[in-house]
Design a binder for this molecule. Sequence first.
Ligand code: 5GP
Length: 194
Amino acid sequence: MKVLEDRIREEGLILSDTVLKVDSFLNHQVDTALALEIGREFARRFADKPITKVLTIEASGIQFAMAVGIALQVPFVYAKKKKAVTQSEQVYSASVHSFTRQETYQVTISKNYLGPEDKVLIVDDFLATGAALVGLVQIVSEAGAELAGVGCVIEKGFQEGRGLLEQMNVSVESLATISKMAPGEIYFQEPAKV
Ligand code: 5GP
């Protein structure tokens, strides 16, 4: 997605060979018009799939899952990282190791909001090691729901996430795929068509 690649080039801060900071428009302050455009693009790419629910993980996937949900006119559900006192119902859970925080946590989704009747599109901001998305794929499978695919806004193609998901026969769509980066330079896998 050209507009996204342009913003990453203009505003992305490359903190190391593996970490990109996009806090000015995606991860902290959110450009709402761009988020809605991202939602429409995911909806277009998965238009042939009868999706009933969008799934993500808190916090940074929420704005994109909401944007896709608006475009597809379906609800979105986000996995929670901490069990709240209000969460008394049965949950699906998966263990996820965070690449950016270097810690392992349990993510949970209430059984009330995901079940065998659902066709799910999983969405997240970044695909890096794939741990977060693999955790969500496991939850979809535990729920007996059907997985339509995974959409990520930015994929770091030099990390192992896509390989892991493809080994699980998951179809992955990324809107910007970085093939290589280092402070001061960034390369995308192929020029964006849209
Ligand atoms: P993964 O589980 O694929 O390793 O990473 C997933 C999560 O880590 C993403 O949802 C994102 O929040 C965070 N993440 C991974 N790599 C980066 C990065 O380079 N920059 C930022 N801002 N977040 C990242």
